[in-house]
Write a protein that binds this ligand. Sequence first.
Ligand SMILES: *Cc1c(COP(=O)(O)O)cnc(C)c1O
Length: 382
Amino acid sequence: MDDKLMLMIPGPTPVPEKVLLAMAKHPIGHRSGEFSQIIAETNANLKWLFQTENPVLALTASGTGTIEAAIINFLSAGDRVLVGNNGKFGERWAKIAKAYGLDMQQITAEWGEPIAPDAFGEVLAADSEKKIKAVILTHSETSTGVLNDLEAINKLVKQHGEALMIVDAVTSLGSYNIPVDEWGIDVIGSGSQKGFMLPPGLGFVAVSDKAWAAYEKATLPKFYLDLGTYRKAAAKDSTPFTPPVNLYFGMKVALEMMKEEGLESIFARHQRHKEATRAGMKALGLPLFAPDSNASPAVTSVVPDGIDAEKIRSVMKKRFNIAVAGGQDHMKGKMFRIGHLGFVSDRDILCAVSALEATLQELGHSTPESGVAAVSKRLQQG
Ligand SMILES: *Cc1c(COP(=O)(O)O)cnc(C)c1O
């Protein structure tokens, strides 16, 4: 049976029918008054979602575009930066920093481990000449399911005083409480296909006053991703270039749905789903890759002992039409990842874990306990 695909990957994530239907229309002119109203409304709601008074700039780009924009808009060649690297995405930001000729130092941890805030603290404290211009951190490292301690690391960056805090919040924005203004996060990026209940195509970036001051002095070349042009346009309820008009139709509805649910409820739902999924894995005897203390609210990484993770994925897909993600790089075949980000309900979690239980049975693996019972027990607690 076609058309029954259940997406349980950490992006793209499921999209509500209301949002899909809102997009099923002819596009309108992006300079029209009608579209300008949609921009005004979505921009206001994005500020609500990002918990900031600063404009949230929408780029026609994937999440990577927002972090590249963060690097090229606020820094100059040769600037010293620290890049946190404990997974695939941290690795990517290090590559971008290198590509633009920054004086980059990586602060690392093994895949599956969070980066110790002290590892940043030591380097920042030793920088008495204030040469470090930015710290770049992946908050929820989607490749491993680890949530880095943004709050603690950001405090150390604030103590340093000079460096900008640049955050990849691609899978944590909308799933975890990040009070952007209150914490003084300087640049934070995310993408529509993650916690926004939207298809891929838009990247979002919010910028602090301190970062805008750095923008004035930054000399790396930029054009399409020059955030100054997006800021100017946003002030007039416009965009510098043609945006994905239909995606905006969808975004209007998705943000209304999120506002109706409320930030606290959204974060609590992700927390509940994370804990229920983890309880399910423990009951099934499947080892978790990330520690309980630093588990991502968006994705749970599982490292099945002695079972080919790709086989599990393949049965889940073929028998139940449930897509879960695989491991990346050296974790391919050793890991699968269950996404529970965005438009995900209790039913989805129950369904995914019971299908996984059935998959293990089909592959001839007995499970110590019932995953379904563990999941439903946690979900009942609210
Ligand atoms: C998905 C993701 C990105 C962005 O990937 P794109 O394919 O460029 O959208 C960046 N960081 C994290 C942590 C992600 O999960």
